[in-house]
Design a protein around this ligand. Structure first.
Ligand SMILES: NC(=O)c1ccc[n+]([C@@H]2O[C@H](COP(=O)([O-])OP(=O)(O)OC[C@H]3O[C@@H](n4cnc5c(N)ncnc54)[C@H](OP(=O)(O)O)[C@@H]3O)[C@@H](O)[C@H]2O)c1
Length: 234
């Protein structure tokens, strides 16, 4: 479905906040980088290979028609950012977190990965910490404020950057200010985001992805999402 994007914010990057997308060279990261950069957020693409990050940034700039997106090694991107979004596969996340180390200190870290059974992704399988988001928070201890976001938006919807997204995003984490800042950031790209409360609730958001995948399979669709009812909308 083609959406009227007349009121969609499109302008070159402004100042605050700076968003690092770790693994921003991948499918999800590129789509998010495009949407955020187009909305005026300063975006830094992170990669295990700085040159690959720079190439991805140049490609995005070419698509956007400006030079605001920058590419770095993951650690350097995180060090320059206020908010660090992890867009890497769960299976490869631990070495990425170890590499980030102090670069994420004092920052907000956003996990977009879900608790899925790798054998069958239509089945939820939370890790021992309770959720992937809780695992990331456990890794950083109290040095970073970790939240979940974007789990319930289908990759196809995220990738269709000319279309508006008609699913909600629920943001959970233990720090209220971090949740509020991420909700505000996500609303800048025209997606309705809501504060979903404590980190303990991230398991529900992450497990919902498995339900949406099951629904996609059952009903032979690709983009099942969620909508909250009874909430105020802009
Ligand atoms: N709606 C959503 O929010 C949504 C939907 C689907 C998936 N996801 C989640 O988004 C994340 C990224 O998904 P994707 O499809 O974009 O992943 P991807 O394309 O497979 O990987 C993203 C990037 O991560 C790095 N990477 C790949 N394999 C890695 C490994 N084994 N170890 C460390 N880094 C690795 C690569 O970057 P470099 O080589 O440049 O370092 C790659 O470009 C996943 O956690 C996925 O579960 C979210």
């Amino acid at each position: 479905m083609q959406t009227d994007l007349t009121n969609y914010p499109t302008h070159p990057p402004t100042n605050d906040p700076t968003l690092a997308i770790i693994g921003g060279t991948g499918k999800e990261g590129r789509a998010l980088a495009f949407r955020f950069a187009r909305a005026g957020v300063r975006v830094l693409i992170g990669s295990r290979d700085a040159a690959k990050g720079q190439t991805a940034a140049q490609e995005l700039n070419a698509r956007l028609g400006w030079t605001g997106v920058e590419g770095y090694a993951n650690r350097d991107a995180a060090a320059r950012a206020d908010i660090v979004l992890l867009a890497v596969p769960y299976a490869g996340m631990t070495p990425i977190l170890e590499d980030l180390g102090d670069a994420a200190r004092g920052k907000i870290v956003v996990n977009i990965a879900s608790s899925l059974d790798p054998e069958r992704k239509s089945r939820a399988k939370p890790p021992p910490a309770g959720s992937v988001t809780a695992e990331v928070q456990r890794f950083f201890g109290d040095t970073a404020r970790v939240v979940c976001a974007f789990q319930n938006i289908a990759p196809e919807k995220l990738a269709a950057v000319e279309e508006q997204i008609d699913s909600d995003v629920i943001v959970c984490g233990n720090d209220k200010d971090a949740r509020a800042r991420v909700v505000e950031l996500i609303r800048r790209i025209g997606i309705d985001a809501f504060d979903g409360g404590a980190l303990a609730n991230a398991v529900a958001v992450e497990a919902m992805t498995a339900i949406l995948i099951a629904v996609n399979i059952q009903y032979k669709v690709r983009g099942a999402g969620i909508r909250l009812t009874g909430v105020p909308r802009a």
